[in-house]
Design a protein around this ligand. Sequence first.
Ligand SMILES: NC(=O)c1ccc[n+]([C@@H]2O[C@H](COP(=O)([O-])OP(=O)(O)OC[C@H]3O[C@@H](n4cnc5c(N)ncnc54)[C@H](OP(=O)(O)O)[C@@H]3O)[C@@H](O)[C@H]2O)c1
Length: 302
Amino acid sequence: MRAVVANKSGSAEVLKLERVSKPNIKNHEVLIRVYASSVTAGDLILRKLHPLLFIPLRFMGIKRKRIPGHEFSGEVVEVGAEVKRFKPGELVFGTTTGLSVGAYAEYLALPEIWKRGVISLKPTNMSHKEAAVLPVGAMTALQILKRGQIESGHKVLIYGASGSVGSFAVQFARYFGAEVTAVCSDANKEWVKSLGAHRIIDYTKEDFSKQAQKYDLIFDAVGKIGLNKVHASLTEKGQFLSVKTTTKEDPGLLAFIKKLVEEDHIKPVLDRCYTLDSIVSAHTYVETGRKKGNVAIVVGGN
Ligand SMILES: NC(=O)c1ccc[n+]([C@@H]2O[C@H](COP(=O)([O-])OP(=O)(O)OC[C@H]3O[C@@H](n4cnc5c(N)ncnc54)[C@H](OP(=O)(O)O)[C@@H]3O)[C@@H](O)[C@H]2O)c1
């Protein structure tokens, strides 16, 4: 099968499209024909990480992937003898967190259940490209907003609303009934507003922290600001939340996200799509830090 392989750490050029053996599944695994994957900010961090740094990370369940790619959407084509949750022909999406093989490949062998990553039936109302960019950004945004105990009527500011986590955070905050202020640049304001933001602040022209408005929650979804900047903009019980925190992948969260997607409350924003053979360009683009929402990788022929 065709797969992107990274034999060393480094720039996007370490990613090479090669022919590798199709995986054989074990009794507790499913074989997935991958139709789409993605490039997340995390994929870039892992690609560049020095191999020795993976030694302590192994204790946190993070392994170096020779075949990178964190998110996938595809079709179950074979199941092991002990598999109960899935059958051939079902369309699924999820992550490869904690596994040593990722989704930049035509086939992926995944345990039916494991501690770090998630796999679920794909939302019925979207393409594989859209489903493949959902899990990481949406689970992160949802989990962090829930940690802040977001409530209807809360005044919520999402900083970095045009990234993956930010664009999902705007939609979840709106779904929970919050009054949403989104911070992004002028180039992104129209589509960010269309996600449900009540108000937009262009961070290149205005500084929200110098305005009188106070917020119950300020969520830095792009990891660019700190508590010292936002402190004066929080209400008495207000909280600062940052994407620079550890999050956990949770099948319950993914199931909730699937439901909200199918009920049309949440949708992933797709910026660009690349193919496996243009993976270097895809990583190079995401590395600019300017992507709008998400970047998908089309893998198979569906
Ligand atoms: N904790 C976790 O589990 C977890 C999970 C996923 C991601 N993350 C982290 O979250 C961060 C964001 O990742 P992402 O993929 O969602 O987004 P991203 O691709 O890193 O964000 C790109 C967007 O951020 C905007 N942006 C850049 N600089 C900005 C600034 N100074 N102020 C406001 N907006 C700015 C850009 O818009 P302009 O072009 O208009 O500037 C662009 O649309 C990364 O650091 C990633 O590692 C953490």
